[in-house]
Design a protein around this ligand. Structure first.
Ligand SMILES: Cc1cc2nc3c(=O)[nH]c(=O)nc-3n(C[C@H](O)[C@H](O)[C@H](O)COP(=O)(O)OP(=O)(O)OC[C@H]3O[C@@H](n4cnc5c(N)ncnc54)[C@H](O)[C@@H]3O)c2cc1C
Length: 431
């Protein structure tokens, strides 16, 4: 079949890869001049989520008023944003959390298998390394994390629970004072450069053939009919106002993997995804003192801020901001940007003092889609020619590869490697 994939982030390029592997011809349309320029660029490197970093459960958005749970919510959040927070709160209980994670788990396993397969075939080098340390500040936070620890045991995920003393001994940069509650160490958790992987996968596809990349082109509308699907392309910047006809590419199916733009592209077709966009920030700071740089990637568990080394810099990512829908099209007010960046600076100073020169850091802001029920929106939409791979929240790095496998199986009419209840729970048209 001929398939159009909208979006050249990890989700779009992974989808193209899996569709090609299943024998289809693919055209990826990306509005930027190259791939991995959206949320995939801002990644903090954690390849696959553990129960401690999924975007639902006892710790997530625990307190809707401030930065607790990793999200800055301004009071007065109304309408859709409020409904979103309320729905996520229904997953605070440990049973609801465990049931939801059990649905996500097969997708994590499929993503791991997909990544291993790509690595085995093409020997890609994208700055992979191992080691992750979740740091827990207070005892209240520690007790909220017990449900996640229970899931780690249940799914036999290798990890070590550390006392503050053991933690300071294991990672010399962490100060013993002020006191903190403890940590969870994952020696085998993988960290890697997501945009580098996306670019290498594109390069691999360029070499293999069968996937065409239309970069610098924006999809302005999707058309789906019984016999055919198509996308309309906005005029190139140098053609604006000159072209009268609409440029259209048609195919047998369309996969929307357009990151935060996905709901906007689907809305005219009457499809509403159960997702909500949040802004996220990164600081890229030069290393200040080599001996203060942590060996492991650190996660401030309650604030969901990741501190990781990339070459000669420290990348500090997090500072999510939840806003009302009508504020999303506007630039973030300066005070909120400062608040988000201050949280990042604080986390870096608290857990790796002296490591980063925050005053010389470059700031970046991106948008990611979180779903109200904690799972991404993946698979067929109900229309036989329309598919979605989006809404992976803070965990799309490798998860999108597993999602891409599901889409390739659905497009091909072959049996997916996921259980039926997971496929149902991921369905983009779920309410
Ligand atoms: C700061 C930050 C840290 C993160 N850390 C991690 C982490 O450690 N681990 C993890 O697993 N995940 C992490 N994530 C989340 C992860 O990066 C995302 O889940 C993932 O990158 C989403 O990929 P995507 O392809 O769906 O979206 P994107 O990367 O945003 O790609 C969508 C693409 O679609 C294109 N597009 C949009 N509209 C159109 C259109 N109309 N026409 C043509 N092209 C279009 C965009 O230009 C873009 O390139 C992080 C995200 C952020 C922002």
């Amino acid at each position: 079949m001929d398939v159009i994939v909208i979006g050249g982030g990890i989700a779009g390029v992974a989808t193209a890869y899996q569709l090609r592997a299943a024998g289809h011809r693919v055209c990826v349309v990306e509005r930027h001049a190259t791939v991995a320029q959206g949320a995939s660029y801002g990644h903090s490197g954690v390849v696959l989520p553990t129960p401690l970093d999924v975007w639902f459960g006892p710790t997530f958005l625990r307190n809707g008023r401030h930065s607790s749970g990793g999200v800055i919510c301004k009071t007065g959040v109304t309408g859709q944003a409020r409904a979103f927070v309320k729905r996520l709160a229904s997953l605070h209980g440990s049973e609801a959390f465990a049931a939801r994670y059990a649905l996500l788990r097969p997708l994590i396993e499929s993503a791991q298998a997909a990544l291993d397969d790509v690595e085995g075939r093409f020997q890609l080098e994208y700055e992979q390394r191992e080691g992750l340390l979740y740091l827990v500040r207070g005892n209240d936070e520690w007790s909220l994390n017990q449900a996640a620890l229970e899931l780690l045991r249940r799914f036999e995920t290798p990890h070590h629970v550390l006392t503050p003393h053991e933690c300071v001994a294991a990672e010399h940069t962490i100060p013993a004072d002020p006191p903190f509650a403890g940590a969870v160490r994952f020696d085998q958790a993988r960290i890697a450069n997501c945009p580098l992987f996306v670019k290498q996968l594109k390069q691999t596809l360029d070499t293999l053939g069968g996937v065409q990349f239309e970069t610098g082109r924006t999809v302005s509308a999707i058309r789906v009919e019984n016999q055919r699907a198509a996308v309309e392309l906005a005029p190139r910047p140098d053609e604006a106002g000159k072209r009268r006809d609409v440029e259209v590419i048609s195919a047998d199916a369309v996969v929307v993997a357009a990151g935060a733009q996905t709901p906007k592209l689907l809305a005219p077709l009457g499809l509403k995804l159960p997702v909500y966009p949040v802004r996220v920030h990164t600081l890229n700071a030069p290393v200040a003192h080599e001996e203060c740089v942590p060996n492991t990637t650190l996660v401030d568990a309650a604030r969901r801020i990741v501190v990781t080394r990339t070459n000669h810099r420290l990348r500090i990512a997090g500072g999510a901001v939840l806003q009302r829908t009508k504020q999303l099209e506007q630039a973030l007010p300066e005070a909120l940007t400062e608040e988000a960046l201050a949280l990042l600076g604080e986390a870096s100073r608290d857990w790796a003092p002296g490591a980063a020169r925050i005053s010389a850091a470059l700031a970046w802001e991106g948008m990611k889609l979180l779903s109200a029920d904690g799972l991404p929106a993946v698979g067929n939409t109900g229309h036989p020619r329309l598919y979605v791979n989006a809404g992976h929240g803070p965990a799309g790095w490798a998860l999108a590869l597993g999602s891409a496998r599901l889409i390739a199986a659905q497009v091909s009419g072959t049996a997916p490697d996921l259980p039926a209840d997971t496929i149902e729970a991921l369905a983009p048209a779920r309410s």
